[in-house]
Design a protein around this ligand. Structure first.
Ligand code: SF4
Length: 171
């Protein structure tokens, strides 16, 4: 790169600075902002929700990752963390909450129950939905029974990477 001088035109300066200055497309900037300002919906279904509450409290402090502003209304949230056993009775409620969330929105399946029914999955069971992805699209799966708060934080960081990369649900 040539040393900038007073005689260089604006165009010449831009050409010289080209490799050093990177102007992102607006969508990339928005994705970066979205990834650092996740607003999870406040709700829980069973024991995994206790770990979710622990993750949001002072010891683990989700605010450090821009995900500590839990919203009391689905209309203000952009992340649904499905935490706990999904009973068939709750399935339609979860779907309604998901539909109320504005786009773009993401979801995390926290714990074995939300991945495939966990310990309550057995032949001919009639009480639970065997996985959150049977009712809503899921971006990140976090295994465990229950997963520790560190696992949720790890999942949130993965979600942030996914959002920054502009990736969405699997088709
Ligand atoms: S995965 Fe385990 S800890 Fe989590 S809700 Fe199901 S039974 Fe409870």
């Amino acid at each position: 790169m040539k040393k900038p001088t007073d005689q260089m035109t604006t165009e010449e300066l831009l050409v010289e600075a080209g490799p050093l200055v990177h102007i992102d497309a607006l969508e990339n900037l928005l994705n970066h902002a979205r990834s650092k300002s996740l607003w999870p919906l406040t709700f829980g279904l069973a024991c995994c929700a206790i770990e979710l509450m622990a993750a949001g409290a002072s010891r683990f402090d989700l605010d450090r990752f821009g995900a500590g502003v839990f919203r009391p209304s689905a209309r203000q949230a952009d992340v649904m963390i499905v935490a706990g056993t999904i009973s068939k009775k709750m399935g339609p409620v979860i779907q309604a909450l998901w539909d109320q969330m504005p786009s773009p929105k993401w979801s995390i399946a926290l714990g074995g129950c939300t991945i495939d029914g966990g310990p309550f999955k057995y032949p001919n069971q009639y009480a639970i939905i065997e996985g959150a992805d049977k009712i809503i699209p899921v971006d990140i799966y976090i295994p465990g029974c229950p997963p520790r708060p560190e696992a949720l934080i790890s999942g949130l960081l993965l979600l942030e990477e996914k959002i920054k990369a502009g990736k969405r649900f699997k088709a």
